[in-house]
Design a protein around this ligand. Structure first.
Ligand code: PRP
Length: 184
């Protein structure tokens, strides 16, 4: 397939095939855990939109989906530490079993904030699912209950993840060439 973005990618970290296989496994694991429990999948936008769509289809549970949009990176490659809600929950989550779906767990600022926020809103339980885990950069004591891939401390794009709102539609997880940042 032709791609305008391919020339900006230095290397592929996780291929499309690896993503597909792992997401299938994660879906099966969640099925075992939540069968009969009617969980509420909670996609953290924007980054998780690709992953949550694939994960939900890989997990044929009777379940619902809800979204919240937050941001903390403000066009930078490092978290500012301040989490801003750009789009809030549209339903009552009291008593629900939440499956928070993230594309990446990095500093932990986003998930530390969201966990508190959802517990305060009355969630019965919180399960954190992240496609990518970057433990080297953790600032807050947050751990994922289920993680797809542990990755090194490199800034990654694709499969929902952006740099300056671009590259979200790259179908694999890749690392950008350094000149892409310096030209920004
Ligand atoms: C990214 C990502 C996670 C968060 C993880 O979101 O989608 O939500 O950062 O990083 P952390 O563990 O350091 O908090 P971002 O703020 O870039 O917004 P986006 O999802 O709209 O891209």
């Amino acid at each position: 397939m032709r791609s305008e973005m391919e020339k900006d990618i230095l290397k592929v970290l996780v291929t499309e095939e690896e993503l597909k296989q792992r997401v299938t496994e994660m879906g099966a694991e969640l099925y075992e855990k939540f069968e009969g429990k009617n969980p509420l999948f909670l996609g953290v936008l924007k980054g998780s939109f690709v992953f949550v769509a694939d994960l939900m289809r890989a997990c044929q549970l009777k379940s619902n989906i809800e979204f919240i949009a937050v941001s903390s990176y403000e066009n930078a490659t490092e978290s500012s530490g301040r989490v801003r809600i750009n789009y809030d929950l549209q339903q009552d989550i009291t008593g629900r079993h939440l499956v928070i779906v993230e594309d990446i767990l990095d500093s932990g600022n986003t998930l530390a904030f969201l966990k508190q926020y959802f517990l305060a809103k009355g969630a019965a339980s919180i399960t954190i699912v992240t496609l990518l885990d970057k433990p080297a950069r953790r600032e807050k004591a947050v751990t994922a209950d289920l993680a797809g891939f542990t990755i090194p401390d490199e800034f990654v794009v694709g499969y929902g993840l952006d740099y300056a709102q671009r590259y979200r539609n790259v179908p694999y997880i890749g690392v950008l060439k350094p000149e892409v940042y310096s030209n920004h």
